[in-house]
Design a protein around this ligand. Structure first.
Ligand code: ADP
Ligand code: MG
Length: 329
């Protein structure tokens, strides 16, 4: 069953949180919902889940229009960054809180605990669990009523990097077994790339860009998306040397892979000065001044600050970025 959000508009009094946002997520697909703080990510989840009212638009799951249903009839599982577990209940009680008290309940709890890799944790007090374990319990509780759709709002935001990566891999494996649409809110591109089949970027309450992660990374259409995905070398075309700039105006992306150190026999070299070098394992990442623009160069060469270097820049790889949003039709 596909989740379809169509022309969703949400306002809090005079504050317009979302304007005509549309997206669709197929079953088995993970959509990363990205955007700066305040761009409307949580509002989209809350409105689709029925927690905040929509001003207009529709939410459909398969052929069911759930736009006007009360929260509990929408069959959407929603998980937040804060675990929101009940501290006085044990793990099994937390997980089974939202499911009916029938004979299958204990079996369902152990099935869910196995899914989140916490087999045997039924009687444990949630207060004694680590942050990662608490988040697994929260995921199991969200999945307990077998929702038709899963929403996660920056679920790993409060965990440290190592734990986040481990849990992220586990979540990816869990999502792969579920076969329902998943929307995963994050502002971290690495997290999105690790888990998502598609990305929707919100900016100022509207869709800024939508597409597969690789397409958006290789050719981000807008400045917002380029910056959000951590693309380096987003510069003003006017600051680039003329041969690199070509006929472009406005803001452009000079992809790092298009910038290379010239070799002895290279022609059409571009002069640059090294400003800063950061060791990054196999290659070093250098910040170089080229014309009036600051570009990024990944290289195995040993460069030092203030060194004058010659670059080869593939000007055909330079991408024009628009400041304008791609407005949904
Ligand atoms: P995000 O999750 O992307 O950070 P939100 O959806 O939380 O963004 O917020 C979008 C906009 O709506 C922001 O301008 C925010 O200040 C505003 N907003 C969010 N919740 C409320 C609320 N309960 N009352 C008024 N304004 C709100
Ligand atoms: Mg939010």
């Amino acid at each position: 069953m596909t989740l379809v959000v169509n022309n969703l508009t949400v306002a809090y009094g005079d504050v317009h949180a979302l304007t005509n946002v549309s997206l669709s997520v197929e079953r088995g697909e993970v959509c990363a919902l990205m955007g700066r703080s305040g761009s409307g990510k949580s509002s989209l989840l809350r409105a689709a889940a029925g927690i905040v009212p929509m001003s207009s638009g529709t939410i459909r799951i398969g052929n069911r229009d759930i736009s006007t249903l009360p929260i509990h009839e929408r069959r959407i599982g929603l998980m937040f960054q804060s675990y929101a577990l009940f501290p006085h209940l044990n793990v099994a009680e937390n997980i089974s809180f939202g499911i009916s008290k029938d004979s299958g309940r204990d079996h369902r709890v152990s099935e869910l605990l196995e899914m989140v890799d916490l087999t045997g944790f039924e009687e444990r007090s949630v207060a004694d669990l680590s942050g990662g374990e608490q988040q697994r319990v929260a995921l199991a509780r969200t999945l307990a009523p077998s929702p038709d759709v899963l929403f996660l709002d920056e679920p790993l935001g409060s965990l440290d990097t190592a734990l986040r990566q481990a849990l992220l891999a586990d979540m990816g494996a869990i999502f792969a077994t579920m076969d329902i649409p998943v929307i995963y809110v994050t502002h971290d591109p690495d997290e999105a790339f690790a888990i998502a089949d598609s990305i929707t970027v919100l900016d100022n309450g509207a869709v800024d860009a939508q597409g597969p992660p690789s397409s958006l990374w290789i050719a981000p259409p807008t400045v917002t998306t380029a910056l959000l995905l951590d693309r380096e070398s987003v510069v003003d075309a006017a600051d680039l040397p003329a041969p690199v700039r070509g006929t472009r105006t406005g803001t452009v992306l000079v992809p790092t892979e298009a910038v290379q150190l010239a070799e002895a026999e290279s022609r059409n070299v571009i002069n640059a000065t090294v400003r800063h070098v950061v060791f990054a394992g196999l290659t070093s990442r250098a910040t170089v001044q080229c014309g009036n623009a600051t570009l990024t160069l990944d290289t195995t060469a040993n460069l030092s600050r203030d060194q004058r270097i010659d670059l080869i820049i593939d000007s055909t790889a330079v991408i024009s970025l628009t400041n304008q949003r791609v407005l949904p039709s």
